[in-house]
Design a protein around this ligand. Structure first.
Ligand SMILES: [Ca+2]
Ligand SMILES: [Ca+2]
Ligand SMILES: [Ca+2]
Ligand SMILES: [Ca+2]
Length: 454
């Protein structure tokens, strides 16, 4: 993303990448409908499966999501847990207990290079307080000020959450921290009651309980951008998220609904805008107002069709496409990571009309070069799509005579993931659990292919 500061960048950029995907309740499960394509380069696909599909029983949830190469990247992503799903709130779990594990591979552009470098990340998600009375800043949250072994992001509530997501009260908050090249990264997953207003949107209760995912403090209006090595974030992207049915300390975290039936898990994908309609979203397009039909922001080589000098400024707006200048306007932000690559709007311009990467309407085009700085819709619509997956919850099964050998013993459900990872073990245990046939849905092909590959 062009507008971010170092760290934020590192994260998939987005504004609140509310990637709900993950979420504490992410479920994984099964029966699936086909991938959705709506003509706007939105083809998110995912599978959801549960480790135990019987009613009123502890269950693990697993989600495998794939955003195909070339899709418009998202500005926000929300998941919706079926409201009937029984998810234990943060207040009834020990602080710091692991609730889930997240693995993601995004693609980024580094130092003005094409956006094609895989960025794999792993997060162990830990239960965190939902009490807003004690807050912590982004800068301080990685510390452990009381020495209890938990970062302050777990013991205290990040002050920027309210600025990004609004005042709604989450019932579950999960925190994960990863480190890339010496820089710590934060991911939070927040679950809300159905019908809540989150990130400025009030969701239809019928969708389920909204789950938002935040990366660092991206989207915080008070965050100060700074030039950094990460100049783009783009598709493709993959996520695997596993929510534990039973925490490592034995606390039941997720139970299936009390009643058998078909339950739907929804994901809302809100894509970034593409002002010139060339299929390259504004944040990835250094010439967002001039179509670049021959330029590929993901090309293996920087020098190629549409950018003769390989400086990240396509020929459609490069003042001289035969002389490479990586920071055309000299404001400190490299062309691909500058939301106005032809107008100086860097740190030195802070406080002026061309204030440091300021983008009032959050359309990916800085105020300094946005023809309509207060009207995002003038710079392309933000297409969105909802993708749904069903899971069938059954009556309690009669006692299983001889469980398959792979079934782990841990956890009251007997089919729960081992602490930390053991995803494959868990999956095979699931496959061996009789009712799996009802769980492994149509899109299971994708999930299984990947799991076995791993
Ligand atoms: Ca474009
Ligand atoms: Ca160029
Ligand atoms: Ca600039
Ligand atoms: Ca703008």
């Amino acid at each position: 993303m062009r507008t971010l500061g170092v760290v934020r960048l590192l994260m998939l950029g987005i504004v609140m990448i509310a990637a709900a995907l993950l979420a504490g309740g992410w479920g994984v499960r099964g029966a699936a409908r086909s991938a959705v394509a709506d003509g706007n380069n939105l083809n998110l696909n995912f599978a959801w499966s549960v480790s135990n599909p019987t009613a009123d029983t502890p269950t693990g949830n697993r989600i495998e999501a794939h955003i195909p190469n070339g899709d418009l990247y998202y500005s926000s992503l929300f998941a919706f847990d079926p409201t009937a799903w029984q998810i234990t709130p943060s207040t009834e779990l020990n602080l710091g207990v692991q609730t889930a594990a997240v693995d993601a591979v995004s693609h980024v552009g580094l130092m003005n290079s094409p956006c094609n470098t895989p960025l794999p990340l792993h997060f162990d998600m830990l239960n965190a307080t939902t009490d807003k009375s004690r807050t912590v800043t982004f800068e301080d949250g990685f510390d452990d000020s009381n020495g209890d072994g938990n970062p302050d992001f777990i013991d205290m509530y990040p002050d920027f959450n309210v600025r990004i997501l609004g005042p709604a009260q989450p019932y579950l908050r999960e925190v994960g921290i990863a480190e890339v090249a010496g820089t710590k990264l934060l991911v939070q997953i927040l679950s809300y009651e159905s019908g809540a207003t989150v990130g400025g949107r009030t969701f239809d209760p019928a969708l389920g309980d909204p789950v938002a995912t935040l990366f660092n403090n991206a989207g915080d209006p008070l965050a100060v951008p700074a030039p950094g090595p990460l100049t783009d974030t783009c598709s493709p992207e993959d996520f695997t998220t596993v929510g534990f049915g039973t925490a490592p300390d034995g606390t039941v975290m997720i139970k299936t609904p009390k009643e058998p039936g078909t339950y739907t898990w929804n994901v809302l994908y809100v894509a970034q805008r593409d002002a010139n309609g060339d299929g390259i979203e504004n944040t990835l397009d250094p010439c967002p107002l001039d179509p670049d039909p021959t330029w590929d922001p993901r090309a293996a080589k920087a020098v190629g069709p549409g950018d003769a000098d390989g400086d990240g400024l396509p020929s459609s707006c490069d003042p001289d496409d035969n002389e490479a200048v990586d920071d055309q306007d000299g404001d400190g932000y490299l062309n691909r990571g500058d939301n106005c690559p032809l107008v100086a709007n860097g740190v030195a311009q802070a406080g002026t009309a061309a204030s440091n990467q300021k983008d009032t309407d959050s359309d990916g085009i800085g105020d300094a070069c946005d023809p309509n700085p207060d009207d995002a819709d003038s710079e392309g619509e933000a297409p969105e799509v909802i993708v749904s997956r069903d899971v069938i919850i059954t009556e309690a099964l009669p006692p299983v005579a001889a469980a398959p050998a792979a079934v782990p013993a841990a956890g009251s459900g007997g089919l729960l993931p081992e602490q930390g990872s053991s995803v494959p073990t868990w999956w095979y245990a699931l496959a061996g659990a009789a009712a799996a046939a009802a769980v492994v849905g149509l899109s299971g092909w994708y999930a299984r292919r990947r799991w076995r590959a791993g």
